[in-house]
Design a protein around this ligand. Structure first.
Ligand code: HAX
Length: 441
């Protein structure tokens, strides 16, 4: 067994023992109440999931195993000469629960390099799709075709015992994370660079190699990829991509099937696809006014027009957050450091000054502040990645780190099939009339 796998197993066994004790002593404690409105409104605020890898605070934003993004930027190992964290270090932290040393991270990088071979049939499957297919469609289809490699599925078919699920889940998760940059880069080069593919560079870290395979050799872009892959990786368990991966995995669908399901959710415009929508929306604004640098007044009018057409302002609002997303702030800092005079990046900052007061004046909107997607596209465009339909694939490669680390924990802790109870409006009416119990059927 590899060293990372061994450490993970030790931590998971200790946590499983803690949970056993915790439930024995406190299993019947109430942690909240559920209002009728919550079950009709997307289950907001109902605590019903365990997420070991990260927790989201509505004011402070995301913390990965207790560490904020600025803390991770300081504490996680960096690439030689770089100043952004290496995402494989964050993966280690989410998996093992402890900050990795430089040695741990370089070990993780080489393990991922070793596992990164993608079988030919995956590329053939991508090639069978029309080139016009959305990159997220190509991405999900490629992951599904890679499912032929699942050890979990093979071992389950051979009668694997429940106590061994975690091991195959771990191996599949590592393999999948190792292979995703190759697949995503293939899709990028196929769709936007005439199929002129680039071989991996075994000397580079996971995110640096990803940038290289997409054709971006600029050190600034590689640093951006390290930051991007770190901050998009996890947002506790209830967001659509994380929750879907967890739910599908609870049926013992293997990590490939579970992750592909999560990616279908990420491809929704209220979730991960918002990153392409933001840039599309800004490009349309530029075209409309015929300028690269819209004024605050022009942005204000454009936002009001968007709202009057019954559309959402992409990149703003959040189901949990009630402040500026620290993932937005981290990207803003990156922009200030690397490209303070870029007109598109400056427009993102002017939008940041303009939108919150407008959204704040609309009573129903709970959070007028920007989320992660409001900023990412402008940084990518700066380095020449203008093909915004591809942006959600980048998000997806990063999200694998969090949701697959969580899936390993799910199997190691022996979590059961997820199956919440539902109600019908008919039952609700009967309950309100005192004719039925709400938990009846
Ligand atoms: N523009 C216009 N209206 C908005 C809005 C925005 N940015 N944010 C919220 N609202 C509206 C909602 O559509 C909802 O209207 P209805 O009641 O008429 O349906 C109302 O305000 C209440 O919404 P909320 O309670 O404040 O927010 P929700 O938890 O329902 O939704 C969303 C959260 C992120 C989906 C929402 O803010 C939104 O649609 N934002 C724009 C899309 C976006 O940026 N998505 C990415 C989110 C981050 C993420 O997951 N990234 O992957």
């Amino acid at each position: 067994m590899g060293i990372i796998k061994e450490r993970f197993k030790q931590k998971a066994d200790a946590t499983a023992e803690d949970i056993k004790q915790l439930l024995k002593e406190h299993g019947d404690k109430k942690i909240g109440e559920v209002q009728l409105s919550q079950i009709y409104q997307g289950m907001r605020g109902i605590t019903g999931l365990v997420s070991e890898t990260s927790l989201l605070d509505s004011e402070d934003g995301i913390r990965f195993r207790g560490y904020s993004i600025p803390e991770l930027q300081e504490k996680l190992p960096k690439a030689p000469g770089g100043s952004e964290p290496l995402p494989e270090g964050l993966f280690y932290l989410m998996l093992v629960g402890e900050l990795p040393t430089e040695e741990d991270v370089s070990h993780m990088s080489s393990v991922l390099q070793r596992r990164s071979h993608v079988p030919n049939h995956v590329f053939q499957t991508i090639e069978a799709l029309p080139i016009t297919a959305h990159p997220m469609t190509q991405f999900v289809v490629a992951i599904m075709s890679l499912q032929t490699e699942s050890l979990f599925a093979k071992n389950y078919a051979k009668g694997m015992a429940k106590k061994d699920y975690w091991s195959s889940c771990f191996d599949d998760s590592m393999d999948l994370i190792a292979r995703l940059p190759r697949i995503a880069a293939y899709i990028y080069r196929r769709k936007y660079r005439g199929g002129d593919h680039i071989q991996p560079n075994g000397l580079l870290d996971w995110a640096g190699n990803f940038a290289h395979m997409m054709g971006f050799e600029d050190e600034g872009f590689q640093e951006l990829m390290r930051l991007y892959m770190t901050i998009h990786s996890d947002h506790e368990g209830g967001n659509v991509s994380a929750h879907t991966t967890h739910l599908v995995g609870s049926a013992l669908a293997d990590p490939y099937l579970s992750f592909a399901a999560g990616m279908n959710g990420l491809a929704g415009p209220l979730h991960g696809l918002a990153n392409q929508e933001v840039i599309k929306w800004i490009f349309e604004l530029r075209e409309k006014i015929g300028s690269e640098s819209p004024s605050q007044e022009q942005i204000e009018n454009y936002v009001k027009q968007t709202l009057s057409e019954g559309k959402v302002v992409p990149g703003y609002g959040h189901a949990v957050l009630r402040k500026t997303d620290p993932r937005f702030s981290a990207q803003m800092e990156f922009g200030k450091k690397h490209m303070p005079n870029d007109p598109l990046v400056n427009t993102v900052w002017t939008i940041y000054e303009t939108v919150p007061p407008i959204l704040s004046s609309i009573a129903k909107i709970k959070n007028p502040w920007p989320n992660v997607d409001a900023h990412s596209g402008a940084l990518l465009v700066h380095y020449g990645m203008k093909e915004y339909e591809f942006y959600t694939v980048l998000f997806g490669v990063s999200r694998a780190l969090g949701v697959l680390a969580s899936l390993c924990w799910d199997r190691a802790l022996g979590f059961p099939l997820e199956r919440p109870k539902s109600v019908s409006t008919r039952l609700v009416k009967k309950w309100l009339n005192g004719e039925a119990e709400i938990w009846g059927d």
